[in-house]
Write a protein that binds this ligand. Structure first.
Ligand code: Z5A
Ligand code: MG
Length: 208
C-alpha cells in the first residue's frame, strides 16, 4: 500500500486552502500520516519569481512564467513521491490543472500548456471546487493579484470543466454551499483513501 495523492483544484475564493487545511487536520486527528503541498510554493527560489510576477512586481513572458509554474511542481515532485512511498496521504492545494487552465486562458494552446507537466505524479483523486463568479464575489470579491479578475476567472472555469471529460479521477464539488457542507462532501471522497491505495503511482497525462 502507498499513500493516496489527492489534489484540490478550483477557482479563486472557492475555499481550496480552507478545505485543504481542514482535511489535513482531520486526517492527522485520525492518527494517520499526511503531508500538505501548495502550488505555487512561493518559498523556493523559483517560487519567489512566481510570487513577484503574481504581485506585479516583475514582468515575465507568458511561456516563461508558465514553465516556472511547472518547474515549481517538478522541483517538489520527488518529495511528493517519497511521501506517497512512505505511506502518507498527500494533499495538494492546486496542481498542473491550474497551470494549464490559467495559461491557456491567456490564449496559449492547451496542448502546449499541458506539455511541461506530462509525467508528473498523477493524482488518485482531484476534487474540483466549483463556484460561480457571483458566489465568489460574496466572499469579498477577488484580490489584488494578477488573474484575480472576473473575465479571467470565467475563462479559467471553462477550461477546468473540460478536464472532467478526460476520464481521470475528477470529482466536481459545489463549493458555493456552506463551509461545513462542502467539508462533508469532500470527506466522503477523501476518507476512504486515507488508509492508503493499491497499485503503482501513475504519470500525469501519460497513463490512462
Ligand atoms: N496559478 C497559475 O497561473 N499557474 C499555476 O500553475 C498555479 C497557479 C499552480 C495564485 O494561486 C495564482 O496562481 C492563482 C492561480 C495561479 N491566480 N488566481 N486567481 P494561489 O493558490 O496562491 O491563489 P490563492 O490566492 O490561494 O487563491 P484563493 O483566493 O486562496 O482561493 P482559495 O484558497 O480557494 O480560498 P480560501 O482562501 O480558502 O477562501 C477564500 C475566502 O472564502 C475566505 O475568507 C474563506 O473563509 C471564505 N470561504 C471559504 N469557503 C467558504 C464557504 N463554503 N462559504 C463561505 N465562505 C467561505
Ligand atoms: Mg488559497
Amino acid at each position: 500500500m502507498r499513500g493516496a495523492f489527492i489534489v484540490i483544484e478550483g477557482l479563486d475564493r472557492s475555499g481550496k486552502s480552507t478545505q485543504t487545511n481542514l482535511l489535513h487536520e482531520r486526517i492527522r486527528a485520525s492518527g494517520r500520516q499526511v503531508e500538505l503541498f501548495k502550488f505555487p510554493d512561493r518559498t523556493t527560489t523559483i517560487g519567489q519569481m512566481i510570487d513577484a510576477y503574481l504581485r506585479s512586481q516583475a514582468e515575465l513572458e507568458d511561456h516563461a512564467i508558465h514553465l516556472l509554474f511547472s518547474a515549481n511542481r517538478w522541483e517538489l515532485a520527488p518529495r511528493i513521491e517519497q511521501s506517497l512511498k512512505d505511506g502518507k496521504t498527500v494533499l495538494c492545494d492546486r496542481y498542473a490543472f491550474s497551470g494549464a487552465s490559467f495559461t491557456s486562458s491567456k490564449g496559449l494552446p492547451l496542448p502546449w500548456c499541458k506539455s511541461p507537466d506530462v509525467g508528473l505524479p498523477a493524482p488518485d483523486l482531484v476534487l474540483f471546487l466549483d463556484i460561480t463568479p457571483e458566489k465568489a464575489a460574496e466572499r469579498g470579491g477577488y484580490g489584488e493579484e494578477r488573474y484575480e479578475k472576473r473575465e479571467m476567472q470565467e475563462r479559467v472555469r471553462e477550461v477546468f470543466k473540460g478536464f472532467q471529460d478526460e476520464g481521470g479521477p475528477w470529482v466536481e464539488v459545489d463549493a458555493g454551499r456552506p463551509l461545513e457542507e462542502v467539508t462533508e462532501v469532500m470527506w466522503g471522497k477523501v476518507g476512504p483513501l486515507v488508509k492508503g491505495v493499491e497499485g503503482e503511482l501513475k504519470r500525469l497525462w501519460v497513463d490512462g
